[in-house]
Design a binder for this molecule. Sequence first.
Ligand code: NAP
Length: 461
Amino acid sequence: MTMIKCISPVNGEVYAERPAMPLELAKQAVAHARLAQKNWARRPIEERVKLVLAGVARLNEMVDEVVPELAWQMGRPVRYGGEFKGFNERSNYVASIAADALKPIIVEESDRFERRIEREPHGVVFVIAPWNYPYMTAINTVAPALMAGNTVIIKHASQTILVGERMVRAFIEAGVPADVFQNLFLDHDTTAALIAAKSFDFINFTGSVEGGRSIERAAAGTFTGLGLELGGKDPGYVMEDADLDAAVDTLMDGATYNSGQCCCGIERIYVHESLYDAFVEKSVAWVSNYKLGNPLDPETTLGPMANKRFAATVRQQVADAVSKGAKALIDPKLFPQDDGGAYLAPQVLVDVDHSMEFMREETFGPAVGIMKVKNDAEAIELMNDCQYGLTVSLWTNDADRASRIGRDLETGTVFMNRADYLDPALCWTGVKETGRGGSLSILGFHNLTRPKSYHLKKVTA
Ligand code: NAP
């Protein structure tokens, strides 16, 4: 029997393991989800929304277990208290718009005709979730999919193997029927075989570009709808009129929070030449304040990366950049806890350029490169010189200028004077290799349902 294991970054030992489900059993679980779906969809939407929110509330009651469990699984310091803020904000927001987002579009309601477009659930929705924000990324699809009348099967990342299990337990304890929301422990082959067998009516995959490609290949020819939320290399651009302290604070937090393991984390920063020196100096001071250590210690502000192989990628990219002329500004002596494995000191690099992998490939760690630019045109060219496009963070006091620049940017979201935040009222989406589709907002509901047109002619004369 294959075991799926979570190796804890805290001590490098197996923290949790579960047997991978054999294909035949997984197919049965999908069949149960399909059977349950029609009844679930027939329930009034208010009832579905209420049950989902009850599941969210039940999970909140588990906070004392969830927070240390997250620290053990993926290394986030307990002082940050889990993901409840974003998890609840997103759930409550989608609940507040569900009825409106799913209501029919009435084209005509007259003595002669009824013409309207209704939104129907897809059926069985498959959610494949990553470990970096394991609750928040999952709820983005789980909550609206269930509210819209789909049944949901979740397969969570091996690194956060307990998260899907816990979410489902909370929802079932809150009254969601067991076949409506199921967690399956699946290896890659079984996942691909289920997808290829047309088991699902819609798949939302959040994870790496490589993972996204595998899922797209598995789904080829099945016509299963796919939402792909993949990697990023998000830039910040600090203009000459920016609030410098606010820019340093938000961009450095965006670059390093969660050990830099955020899909919309800031990975490269372009600063107008007039602010460059001050920005670099303040950024180095900001980052130097971190306390790297055991995430279970309430004093720790920077935990280990989720796995030593992720830290190895960051180390390799930084070393490569330095060998090509980049300068590393954070003194390693400030972070004696860096063990060469999962515990990794943060880093700020200058004298970087786009010939370096560090400035073009996803780093997904607490390291950021800063470059000087002369004007908007140069910044736009550099920001677009990348195969990813999730968010861009612009720093200026001029909203018109930000909008103007935004029109030229190849990205899913344009932020001004903020970063690394997911607004559930807006569509979360990416361009280029960051993927396709969109979640949350009214458009997220549209992506989790399909249109059905009613054209009813009441008089035959
Ligand atoms: P990952 O290795 O691609 O894994 C993501 C999920 O997909 C996991 O559940 C993983 O399962 C599964 N998976 C990967 N390859 C698979 C395959 N061939 N067949 C079946 N399942 C497969 O990504 P990750 O390391 O967990 O997450 C980090 C990445 O996610 C980063 O690139 C980040 O930018 C991206 N991300 C993007 C967004 C966004 O909104 N765009 C949000 C969060 C994260 P196993 O763990 O069992 O391999």
